[in-house]
Structures are given as structure tokens and as C-alpha cells.
Design a protein around this ligand. Structure first.
Ligand SMILES: Cc1cc2nc3c(=O)[nH]c(=O)nc-3n(C[C@H](O)[C@H](O)[C@H](O)COP(=O)(O)OP(=O)(O)OC[C@H]3O[C@@H](n4cnc5c(N)ncnc54)[C@H](O)[C@@H]3O)c2cc1C
Length: 531
């Protein structure tokens, strides 16, 4: 065995880097081992076409905790964001909805579709803000243990109960519905117009392989209430230079506190002696010892891959085997030679629609159709397109006058029907996305200089996301809080002593928050003397 470390972090995703930063800041000798040639996991910038750089996977910031930014001094290391301008929906009937934040203008926009929906948006927004405040307060706190917990667990349950007590009975009912009721039921209760329902459904299904009539499918809506950037709740920002700025700053922060980061260092196994993790072996065969291990890999990779089922309690292994991982997401960046012009908002220059969070969706029924197609293993005829044009806000990403159309499309199968592989279907999926987007942006095809795409299988192969799950496990009621990823690993400790989870497969889950990494590091530091 080579050199011994205090802590080894398996994986340099943003949560692994955050955990490494906190541990190194607390004086621990930390080694981060990343399988890829770059750090960042799903949070990185890449040159996807000569001269065009953009976020390769995650593309907007809203959930990153201000505590993490401050405590790891990320701004000192180059982290900087730019505010996006509202949201813009373009629909199959040729109409569009632009919400840019000015109350009178936004009200008038919504009134083109419904007389009631503006007020209903206000009511749902208020509920999401209240619910978001309650959930946000839990993000940097360990969830209580389901059984056998101590005083801290009792307090955790009490704190949550106290938060709920502050709500009126009606609000409490609605709060619980956000976790348990199908999002379709909620949207149909609040809204009349297809357009407004379509906009909210896009948030509910971003990175989430859920049908709108599925209980628990509204959980993603909470992102609208939890998000907070530069003190503004619910804001979406773009990091200057793409998402890689976040993880480059985190890597520099961890290194400034003394952590060492090795890339091209895939961990093959967790070494275990007498039920205790004592180190890792790399795929090269090199063994490295440490007092404690933190895994940033997802729960299936960590437990079924690096540890191995045979070394886990049987019931726990069965729980991880049945942990649901799927996102139905397909990611593509297009390099464009000029400004994409929306048919519904003509004009050759950059307008507010370009700076907004863009949804190009035929109509509300398209969600169900895309979901059912993906369930059958087919590509959707009318994919749901969430998009940003980052160059409208940050021109430094592309050559002068050029633009990037950055799309997260839903719903796509991880496994294609009839044994077809994604290598043979990737280009067809991109063509489908291009043809769909072209209906809203007629000049798009002639602007396209090149693209790079990641299918669900590519997300697994390239980024290590099992099943292509962008959140390290679906965010449904059975897989959040004290149940994520399993009651015996929900406080970052695992059934293997000295092995902790520090990635999005632990509370509070997926998204670029830094919270699982911070929480896991805090748990390790609390346990340190007993390790
Ligand atoms: C396409 C896409 C779009 C998204 N969009 C957004 C968005 O806009 N906003 C948002 O907030 N969130 C978004 N997300 C979700 C968010 O990016 C992820 O939930 C989050 O980044 C997960 O972070 P993590 O550090 O826990 O894990 P990861 O980023 O998955 O990092 C895990 C790291 O571990 C490494 N690893 C795995 N196994 C090993 C091994 N054996 N040895 C060594 N290293 C290993 C991996 O290579 C990887 O670097 C998106 C995700 C994707 C994929």
C-alpha cells in the first residue's frame, strides 16, 4: 500500500469537491480521486465545437447554497454568475408567453391566454415560496433517522414539525400535496390555460422521468421556491464561463486548503477489513489507504459496484438494487453562426426571449406522449425542450456574433426498443430535437455549425450517472429525506464503517447545491474521534 491519507473522496463532482474542501479546511489530509481526465462531474464547461465552449451537462445555477459559496470562498477562486431574464415559452400553435419579471407586462402576457391564471400563478408562487423556505432550511441539516435515533434525530423531527405548524391548515394540506399529489392534478386545479400549465410542467419534468399523473411528480416544482442566488429567491443564473466555473472554483478552493486532486484515477474497489473501509484500489491495481472514505459516486455505483453486494447486509443491498434511477434526459449543445429568431417574437437582434429560460413545447399533452414513448423504448415525436442561449448573456462563450443553443430534452429511454443501441440512435434523436426546435426558430437549421449530444447512455458512460439519472436517483417521495438512498445511509454514514456517501444520492439530493458534500463532510468531522 502507498501513502496513507486522512480522507479519500471518490469522485470530483461538485459535491466531492465541496466535501474535500470542507475536510481540508478543517485540517484533514485529503485525496480526491476522479475517474475522468477532468474534474466537475456533471458540472463542467467543455469546448464542444471549435471556438464554442459551454456547460456540458448541468447548465443553470439556482440551488447552490450561499453558505457553500461563502465558506469555500468560491468568489475568490473565480465563481461569478449572471442573472437570466425570466422565462419564455413557445408553443405548437404559434403562440408564446414571455415572463420577464415586470408585473404589468407579465400580467398582460398571461391575460392573452387566461383571465384567471395570473392570480393563480401568484397563489401557487406564494405556496412554493413558503414550502421552499421550509425545505431550504433542511438542506444543510441531516435528515432524522427513522429508528434508533438519538436526541438530535428527535430534534430534527421536531424542527420540521414546528415549521409545518407555522402554516395554516390549508397551506399544510397544499404543502403535503406538493410531495404526494400528481403534478397534473395540482396544475389542473390552479390553471385554465394550456400555456401556463405547460410552463410549470416543464419545471416538474426537467431531469425527472415522471408522468404528470404520477403521485410525487410535483416535487421538482419546489425548485422554484428553494432556489436562491445572490439573495434573490427563485432566480436562475448562468455562471460566467459556463458551469465549469463552479467546479474549477471548488477545486481551487479545496487545493488552497491543502487537498490533492488526482484525475484519470478510477477507483475499482473499496478495501474493507473487519467490516470497516480502509482504502481503495484503483483500476491500475494501486492501493491507497485512508482513515475514512467518502463516495461521490451514485449509490448504485458505490454499493453494488465499488463495495459489492456480498459485503453488504442483504436487506440493504436489496434496497439499493431497487433504488430507482432514471431521468429520461437527453442533452445537446448546438453551435450557431448567428442569432436564432423565434417565429413568435420576430427580430434579428438579441431580445428578452433569448435571455430567458426557454421552453419549446407543443402543448400540455406532449408531456404524456413523450413519457409514454420513452416507456416503450422509443424516441419522442414531440420532445419537451428546455433551453438557454447562454451567449445572449455571456458572449465570451462563442466567437463574435455566434451563439449557442443549449438544450435539455425530455423524455428519452435509457434502453431503446428492439435492442437498438444509442450509438445508432443519437444522431436521429438530435435530428428530432432540431426539427422540433425549428418549428419555433425557423432559421435554426441554417445556423447550425455543429453539435455535441449526450443520450441517457452517454450520461452514464461519460459522467458515470447510472441509468443516465442526472440527480443520482429519482426525487420521489420514497427516495427523499430520511429515505435517501436508504434509511441506513441517509445520514451519510453507510453500513460499512468509515465509508460515507457525499453525492447527490444522499440528502437533499440532485441539483447543483453543494449540500450533500457539505453535510457529509460535517458528519465525518463529527464522527472523527470515533472513527
Ligand atoms: C444533463 C444534465 C443537466 C442538468 N442540469 C442541471 C441544472 O441546470 N441545474 C442544476 O442545479 N442541476 C442540474 N443537473 C443535476 C446536477 O448537475 C447533478 O445532480 C449534480 O451535479 C450531481 O453532483 P455530484 O457531485 O453529486 O455528482 P456527479 O456530478 O455525478 O459527480 C460524481 C463524480 O464521481 C466520479 N466517479 C464516479 N465513479 C467513480 C470511480 N469509481 N472512481 C473515481 N471517480 C468516480 C464521476 O466521474 C464524477 O466526476 C443536471 C445534470 C445533468 C446530467
Amino acid at each position: 500500500m502507498t501513502e496513507a491519507w486522512d480522507a479519500i473522496v471518490i469522485g470530483a463532482g461538485h459535491n466531492g469537491l465541496a466535501a474535500a474542501g470542507y475536510l481540508a479546511k478543517a485540517g484533514r489530509r485529503v485525496l480526491v480521486l476522479e475517474r475522468r481526465e477532468v474534474v466537475g462531474g456533471a458540472v463542467l464547461t467543455e469546448e464542444f465545437h471549435p471556438g464554442f465552449r459551454n456547460s456540458a451537462a448541468a447548465y443553470v445555477v439556482s440551488l447552490l447554497r450561499p453558505e457553500v459559496i461563502r465558506e469555500l470562498e468560491l468568489k475568490k477562486h473565480g465563481f461569478e454568475t449572471m442573472r437570466m431574464g425570466g422565462s419564455f415559452g413557445a408553443f405548437g400553435d404559434g403562440r408564446s408567453l414571455l415572463l420577464s419579471g415586470g408585473e404589468a407586462a407579465d400580467r398582460a402576457e398571461v391575460a392573452r391566454f387566461s383571465n384567471r391564471d395570473w392570480d393563480a400563478m401568484g397563489r401557487l408562487g406564494a405556496l412554493l415560496r413558503k414550502a421552499g423556505d421550509l425545505v431550504r432550511a433542511e438542506m444543510l441539516v441531516e435528515p432524522p433517522r427513522l429508528s434508533g435515533g438519538g436526541f438530535a434525530d428527535l430534534l430534527g423531527g421536531w424542527r420540521l414539525g414546528r415549521g409545518l405548524k407555522g402554516l395554516s391548515p390549508e397551506e399544510r394540506h397544499q404543502f403535503l400535496q406538493l410531495f404526494l399529489t400528481p403534478v397534473g392534478t395540482i396544475l389542473e386545479k390552479y390553471f385554465d390555460s394550456d400555456a401556463v400549465k405547460t410552463m410549470y410542467a416543464a419545471t416538474a419534468t426537467a431531469g425527472a422521468f415522471v408522468a404528470l399523473d404520477e403521485p410525487g411528480s410535483a416535487i421538482n416544482l419546489l425548485h422554484l421556491g428553494i432556489g436562491e442566488v445572490e439573495g434573490e429567491r427563485g432566480a436562475w443564473h448562468l455562471p460566467k464561463g459556463g458551469m465549469g466555473t463552479v467546479t474549477q472554483a471548488m477545486a481551487k478552493a479545496a487545493q488552497s486548503f491543502g487537498a490533492e486532486i488526482r484525475v484519470k484515477a478510477p477507483v475499482a474497489t473499496v478495501l474493507i477489513e473487519d467490516g470497516r473501509a480502509i482504502g481503495v484500489t484503483l483500476e491500475t491495481g494501486e492501493a491507497i489507504r485512508a482513515k475514512v472514505l467518502l463516495s461521490n459516486a451514485d449509490p448504485k455505483r458505490t454499493f453494488l459496484g465499488l463495495v459489492g453486494e456480498a459485503r453488504l447486509p442483504e436487506a440493504f443491498a436489496a434496497g439499493i438494487r431497487s433504488y430507482r434511477m432514471a431521468s429520461g434526459s437527453f442533452r445537446v449543445n448546438f453551435a450557431l453562426s448567428g442569432v436564432p429568431e423565434f417565429a413568435s417574437r420576430p427580430g434579428a437582434g438579441i431580445g428578452p426571449q433569448h435571455k430567458a429560460f426557454i421552453r419549446m413545447v407543443r402543448d400540455y399533452a406532449a408531456y404524456d406522449e413523450a413519457f409514454r414513448a420513452a416507456k416503450r423504448g422509443e424516441l419522442p415525436a414531440d420532445p419537451i425542450l428546455d433551453a438557454v442561449i447562454p451567449t445572449a448573456t455571456d458572449p465570451s462563450l462563442a466567437p463574435e456574433g455566434c451563439h449557442i443553443l443549449s438544450i435539455l430534452a425530455q423524455h428519452y429511454p435509457y434502453e431503446l426498443a428492439n435492442g437498438r443501441t444509442w450509438d445508432s440512435a443519437r444522431a436521429e434523436a438530435v435530428e428530432g430535437i432540431l426539427a422540433t426546435a425549428e418549428r419555433y426558430i425557423p432559421n435554426l437549421r441554417k445556423l447550425v455549425l455543429g453539435w455535441r449530444a449526450y443520450s441517457p447512455a452517454d450520461l452514464e458512460r461519460v459522467f458515470g450517472l447510472t441509468g443516465g439519472d442526472v440527480y443520482h436517483g429519482q426525487l420521489d417521495p420514497g427516495q427523499i429525506f430520511s429515505l435517501r438512498p436508504h434509511p441506513d445511509a441517509a445520514q451519510y454514514r453507510t453500513p460499512i464503517k468509515a465509508l460515507y456517501l457525499c453525492g447527490a444520492g444522499a440528502h437533499p439530493g440532485g441539483g447543483v447545491s453543494g449540500a450533500p458534500g457539505r453535510n457529509a463532510a460535517m458528519r465525518v468531522l463529527k464522527d472523527w474521534r470515533r472513527l
